[in-house]
Ligand binder design. Structure first.
Ligand code: GUN
Length: 282
C-alpha cells in the first residue's frame, strides 16, 4: 500500500509560513492584495474563486472580487484588467478561466501586467520558466513540486511521465520536472503506446481530465503517482484522473482526490501574490 500524500497537511504548513510573512509585511503597513475576476456563472469557477478569496482571508491578505456578467465584452474586460494593472493595493491579478467563448483568453492574459500575473500564464512569465529565470511558477505544477519536496521524493535522474499537454498544467509541469533534473516524457491523445510509456515512469503525473483514466496496468510497481485531475465519477462523486483504489497498492506514493494536489494550487497562488507584493515593495 502506497504512502498517501497529504496535500492538506503540506498546504496548511505552507500557509502558516505565508501567514507569518504577511503579518511581517502588515507590520510595515504593506498588505498583499489579490484581484480575482470571474466572468459568467460557471459553477466550478465559482467554487474555485470562493476558495481563492477564502485562502487570502485566512493568511491575512486583501482580496477583491470582480464578478462580471456572461455578456461582458472583451473590451470591458480588458479595461478592467488595465485598471487593476494600475491599482496600487493590488499585487496579483487572476482572471478565472475558462472565459465565455466570445472573449479571447489569450488577449486577456497578454493584457495582465507580467509583474501581477500570479497565474504565470503571460508569455513573458512562460518564457522565463523556459530559461529557468522565473518570478512566478504556475500554481498547480508548483504545488506538485512542493508535494514531492515535502515527501523527500528526489526527481533528479528519474523517469518522469506527464500525461496531458495543457498550457496550465502539462507543459509547465514538464519544465519544472526537467529543471529538477528529471528525464521527462509528455504524453497526449496522439501518443502511440501510452501504456508502454507510462509504465516506464518512476514519477507519473496525470493531468488529462478523464475520470479514473490511469489504471494499475499503466503504472510501474513502486512508482510515485501524482493525480492532478478533478472529475466526477458515475455516481457524481469527486475523483481524479487515476483509479485510486486500483493503483494505491502498486504505487509507492500517491495523491488522493480530493486532498492531494488541489489544496496546494491555492497555496501557491497565495505564495505568488506574496512574492509579487514583495517585489513591488523592494
Ligand atoms: N481555471 C482552472 N485552473 C485555473 C488556474 O489555475 N488559474 C485560472 N486563472 N483559471 C483556472
Amino acid at each position: 500500500m502506497a504512502v498517501i500524500i497529504d496535500g492538506k497537511a503540506v498546504s496548511l504548513s505552507c500557509r502558516e509560513k505565508i501567514k507569518e510573512e504577511v503579518a511581517k509585511m502588515a507590520a510595515k503597513g504593506i498588505v498583499p492584495g489579490l484581484a480575482v475576476v470571474i466572468v459568467g456563472d460557471n459553477p466550478a469557477s465559482r467554487t474555485y474563486v470562493n476558495n481563492k478569496k477564502k485562502g487570502c482571508a485566512e493568511v491575512g491578505m486583501y482580496s477583491e472580487e470582480y464578478a462580471l456578467p456572461e455578456e461582458t465584452t472583451q473590451e470591458e474586460l480588458l479595461e478592467l484588467v488595465e485598471k487593476l494593472n494600475n491599482k496600487e493595493d493590488i499585487h496579483g491579478i487572476l482572471v478565472q478561466l475558462p472565459l465565455p467563448k466570445h472573449i479571447d483568453d489569450k488577449a486577456v492574459i497578454a493584457a495582465i501586467s507580467p509583474q501581477k500575473d500570479v497565474d504565470a500564464f503571460h508569455t513573458e512569465n512562460v518564457g522565463r520558466i523556459m530559461i529557468g529565470e522565473y518570478k512566478f511558477l504556475p500554481c498547480t505544477p508548483a504545488g506538485v513540486m512542493e508535494l514531492l519536496k515535502a515527501y523527500n521524493i528526489d526527481v533528479a535522474g528519474k523517469e518522469c511521465v506527464v500525461i496531458g499537454r495543457s498550457n496550465i498544467v502539462g507543459k509547465p509541469m514538464l519544465m519544472l520536472l526537467l529543471q529538477a533534473n528529471g528525464t521527462v516524457t509528455i504524453c497526449h491523445s496522439r501518443t502511440k503506446d501510452l501504456k508502454e510509456t507510462t509504465r516506464r515512469a518512476d514519477i507519473l503525473v496525470a493531468a488529462i481530465g478523464k475520470a479514473k483514466f490511469v489504471g494499475a496496468d499503466m503504472v510501474k510497481e513502486g512508482a510515485v503517482v501524482i493525480d492532478v485531475g478533478i472529475n466526477r465519477d458515475e455516481n457524481g462523486k469527486l475523483c481524479g484522473d487515476v483509479d485510486f483504489e486500483a493503483v494505491k497498492d502498486k504505487a509507492s506514493y500517491i495523491t488522493p482526490v480530493p486532498g492531494g494536489v488541489g489544496p496546494m494550487t491555492i497555496t501557491m497562488l497565495l505564495k505568488n501574490t506574496l512574492e509579487a507584493c514583495r517585489d513591488e515593495n523592494k
